[in-house]
Ligand binder design. Structure first.
Ligand code: SDX
Length: 436
């Protein structure tokens, strides 16, 4: 068996180096020994946007982008979406195993009894403008939660982390629902502890004057499946943000708020909202060829298409497309699905997309279902943030417990000025200005 090493010859000095290869990687720090002389800092890697850099070791989620595979703790996403409820999958992501029946019952009880938010946080949320974007309300309100639980700063305590994790998983649907109700000018609906996680979310979103909200079971199950599909996705932009902020030992509320801020970006979780805008812009399917031409001219992107890791069909997009049929049986057909399917068929045959291995990602179809369920596009990314809070927290726990991890602090290639002096004239002008 050939040795797991990399031999490097530095042609600047003629020196050779043997670097160990482990798990398909070489440690960047092992390059530091490669110097031209004793004053040389040593070699670094340069990898803008981390295209080819592993930042951690993780056992939570596995993705094979070429084969379109996604697994949580070794279980395939399609099996979890078919056989589990969302809190079961949340438990799996956080603790590494599916819960036994007794564990699940206790877990569901604990999450359910952390769905209320402090009345002062409710008042805080009432301060937003009527047309405040729900994602801005979500990020700010989750960050504000840190002021209610100062003990959350003790991130080294496993028991304390577990308490904050349960609070966050319990409260993010409440915050999300209230942000949505606020944007519609509707009163806040208190959680109903007799309902499941998804049904209670629907209750807080859509209960009107009826005494008790009756969640449609098909829509509740569809939400559960969408939550499961969005729960984690290894080292995506927002998870990287969670780990970066968490590495400074910020509390989990501030770290989740930072991660949600990254998710809000249109290239990331904000894409589901942009897909609906794109489909509205296209309108009739007859406009698809001219839109595709615009994309190929580089004037816009085909939102909901492409992925840094998947160079094949995103397995989540397939499941979401199948879930749409069940939802439409209850809500009525969303004609935008026809446009989306036609758009996908044109793109998947077009050399521009084929050559770049651009396929539908998780955001391409999710918004169509959300819209059919009655959500407005500006809440779509909040619907992504609710389940992804579980993934962020699972990754954060792993970071805190990883002895190899420390505060994230990348290096740079400096391209600015060398040392220079303030000119006499500059100094005189500033001195004069300071005298007034
Ligand atoms: C999510 O990382 C994750 O796991 C994210 C996520 C998760 O669960 O956390 O899966 C969720 O964020 C899904 C992605 C949602 N975003 C979108 O749908 C926005 C549209 N997609 C693109 O912006 C893009 O595909 C990204 C951001 C998703 C990926 O970007 P990359 O990996 O940096 O790829 P790139 O921009 O370098 O693109 C490579 C080429 C470029 O063309 P050339 O310069 O080679 O000519 O493909 C082109 C790009 O212009 N391209 C697209 C395109 N995506 C890439 N062209 C048109 N439409 C697109 N959507």
């Amino acid at each position: 068996m050939p040795e797991e090493t990399l031999r490097i010859t530095d042609n600047r000095t003629g020196k050779a180096y043997e670097l160990p290869i482990s798990q398909g990687t070489v440690r960047a720090i092992d390059l530091r020994q490669i110097k031209t002389d004793s004053s040389d800092f040593g070699l670094m890697t340069y990898d803008p946007a981390f295209l080819n850099t592993a930042s951690c070791q993780s056992s939570i989620t596995f993705i094979d982008g070429d084969r379109g595979i996604l697994r949580y703790r070794g279980y395939s996403i399609d099996e979890l979406a078919e056989k589990c409820n969302f809190l079961e999958v949340a438990y799996l992501l956080l603790f590494g195993e599916l819960p036994a029946p007794g564990e699940l019952k206790e877990w569901e009880h604990n999450i359910t009894h952390h769905t209320m938010i402090h009345e002062n946080l409710k008042k805080f949320m009432e301060g937003f403008r009527f047309d405040a974007h729900p994602m801005g309300m979500f990020v700010s309100s989750v960050a504000a939660l840190s002021t209610f639980y100062p003990e959350a700063r003790d991130i080294k305590s496993q028991a304390n982390r577990r308490m904050q994790v349960m609070r966050l998983i319990g409260k993010v649907p409440t915050i999300a629902a209230y942000a949505y109700r606020h944007s519609l000018g509707l009163p806040y609906v208190y959680p109903d502890n007799s309902l499941t996680y998804a049904a209670n979310f629907m209750n807080m979103l859509w209960k009107m004057t009826e005494a008790k909200y009756d969640a449609n079971p098909v829509l509740a199950r569809a939400l559960e499946i969408l939550f499961i599909l969005h729960a984690d996705h290894e080292q995506n932009c927002s998870t990287n943000t969670m780990r970066c902020v968490g590495s400074a030992h910020s509390d989990p509320y501030l770290s989740v708020a930072a991660a949600a801020s990254a998710l809000a970006g249109p290239l990331h979780g904000g894409a589901n909202e942009e897909v609906l805008r794109m489909l509205d812009e296209i309108g009739d399917a007859k406009n698809i060829p001219s839109f595709i031409d615009k994309v190929k001219r580089g004037e816009c992107k085909l939102m909901g298409f492409g992925h840094r890791v998947y160079k094949n069909y995103d397995p989540r997009a397939k499941i979401i497309k199948q879930t749409a049929e069940a939802v439409f049986k209850v809500t009525g057909f969303n004609p935008k699905l026809e446009t989306a399917i036609a758009l996908e068929q044109v793109a998947l045959k077009d050399e521009y997309f084929v050559a770049r291995k651009l396929y539908p990602n998780v955001d391409f179809y999710s918004g169509i279902i959300y819209q059919a369920m009655g959500f407005t596009p500006d809440i779509f990314t909040v619907l992504f943030a609710i389940p992804r809070t579980v993934g962020w927290l699972a990754q954060w726990n792993e970071l805190v417990e990883d002895p190899e991890q420390k505060i994230a602090r990348p290096r740079q290639i400096y391209t600015g000025h060398a040392l220079r002096k303030c000119e006499e004239a500059n100094t005189a002008a500033h001195t004069q200005a300071a005298k007034g």
